[in-house]
Design a protein around this ligand. Structure first.
Ligand code: UD1
Length: 424
């Protein structure tokens, strides 16, 4: 298995090109099954979750053509299955976003229930509620979600215990495009990835209004056509590099970044004393003095993203004070704390709140990546730690970051990919 070996202490300086958004690409790829025509997506990141989605689409009979590293052409005219088996779904929970579009296209689906997850329970009740609301029958049988029926426009409330759901909103939005009548999705997720998906659907001939607000209105149409569209920049990768630069010091320009998608993050980083220069498609980050602590509460968009909580925590281990980090989206998403503490951090967990006491320095250690974003937090910790840090199980990070070690090395980090030595 691959590992990262990091020699900490280097400042980061230079520029980094931000890749296309993983979380926008996945539902946009799923949307290809809504039409028999070609869907061409540009700026798709080259990473493991995207390869898994391609594998599932191929299994369904979709023709997948990789035009170049970041352009993929999808054609679902020969779609010949309506099911996604456990073997494929277990690799990536986001495969559940095929539920809505597949049902709308074929009238029935059989999709494996996604299993448990290291960041806490991840129910799919809102997905099922939305699909039922559109008139389909839904049952769970032998670990599979079975849906069947014609879809009709309806008024659907998608708010849950932890607020709105991104992929449930995507599912209902895609299904509603081909439903008969008008659908109102209330308490819809407002994430930029939902706006991007809605833009794509409109390009395909769908009638969607209100994406980005709490209520999305969809007037069903009989047919959608193909389209070509660019994927938006990855706001989580952008935030991760901002925090890496904030942690190490130096001056880093993030090219192809959209600051409008991470206002809650830029706002917090300014509070810690970082300087930011923002233009329409880039962000320049400069740290010329020690950063201060900051309190964070993760929330659905436009709040501080849960997907940047671990990275912010790694930054705050050095924050020169006390930071209180509260997780309101996934209250159990704190696997990284014990690993950060092994590196000398001082973090205490009180239910869903972490109290981070800034320490003078972290020290390099062997640590274990537990999930995608937690691993990014460990990379940031490794960059500022004294000595060598070895991060095991970096396949987690490869799910969602395109060549992170190469991008970091280009701006001055001492980070290398290696192989884990098996002890028998
Ligand atoms: C998406 C992102 C993920 C991010 C998350 C929250 C993708 C592919 N993934 O995941 O990176 O961490 O948003 O920003 O876009 N919930 C329910 N019932 C449901 C669905 C969700 O209770 O049916 C809860 C979840 O457990 C969680 C909260 O709602 O507490 C938000 O989850 P959700 O927005 O659905 O996350 P995903 O769409 O799976």
């Amino acid at each position: 298995m691959d590992t990262f070996i990091i020699q900490g202490g280097n400042q980061l300086n230079g520029s980094v090109k931000i890749s296309g958004s993983k979380n926008a690409s996945l539902p946009m790829m799923a949307a290809c099954v809504l039409t028999e025509e070609d869907v061409i997506l540009n700026n798709v990141p080259d990473l493991r979750d995207i390869r898994t989605m391609k594998e599932i689409l191929k299994f369904l009979g979709v023709t997948v053509e990789q035009k170049d590293t970041h352009t993929v052409s999808l054609n679902a005219s020969k779609l010949n299955k309506n099911e996604a088996p456990y073997d494929l779904v277990r690799k990536m929970r986001a495969s559940v976003c095929l539920l809505g579009p597949l049902l709308a296209r074929t009238g029935s689906t059989r999709i494996s229930m996604p299993g448990g997850c290291v960041i806490g329970p991840r129910p799919v009740d809102l997905h099922l509620k939305g699909i039922k609301g559109l008139g389909a029958s839904v049952s769970i049988e032998h670990g599979y979600i079975k849906t069947e029926g014609k879809l009709y426009g309806a008024d659907i409330f998608l708010g849950g215990r932890f607020g709105s759901s991104v992929t449930a909103t995507a599912n209902v939005l895609m299904a509603a495009c081909l439903a008969k009548g008008v659908t109102y999705i209330e308490s819809a997720a407002q994430e930029p990835e939902i706006i991007a998906l809605a833009k794509m659907l409109v390009k395909m001939g769908a009638q969607v209004e209100g994406a980005g607000s709490h209520v999305i209105t969809v007037k069903g149409v009989q047919k959608l056509h193909g389209c070509e569209i660019d994927v938006i920049p990855d706001r989580i990768e952008t935030g991760t590099f901002m925090m890496a630069a904030a942690a190490t010091g130096g001056k880093v320009a993030l090219i192809n970044a959209d600051a409008k998608h991470i206002r809650a993050v830029t706002d917090k980083l300014l509070e810690t004393g970082l300087s930011l220069k923002i233009s329409s498609d880039s962000i320049e980050v400069e740290r010329d003095k020690p950063i201060t602590s900051a309190d964070i509460i993760t929330l659905p968009f436009p709040g501080f993203p849960t997907d940047l909580q671990a990275q912010m925590m790694a930054l705050m281990t050095n924050g020169g004070g006390l930071s209180v980090i509260t997780e309101k989206v996934y209250p159990e998403r704190f696997m990284h704390i014990s690993e950060l503490n092994r590196m000398g951090a001082d973090i205490k967990l009180e239910t869903a709140t972490a109290i981070v006491k800034g320490v003078k320095k972290l020290s390099g250690a062997s640590v274990m990546a537990s999930d995608l974003r937690a691993s990014a937090g460990l990379v940031i910790a490794g960059l500022i730690a004294e000595g060598e840090t070895q991060i095991l199980r970096v396949y987690h990070i490869d799910r969602g970051y395109e060549k992170i070690e190469e991008k970091l090395a280009l701006i001055g980090a001492d980070i290398k990919r290696g192989k884990e030595i098996e002890h028998v």
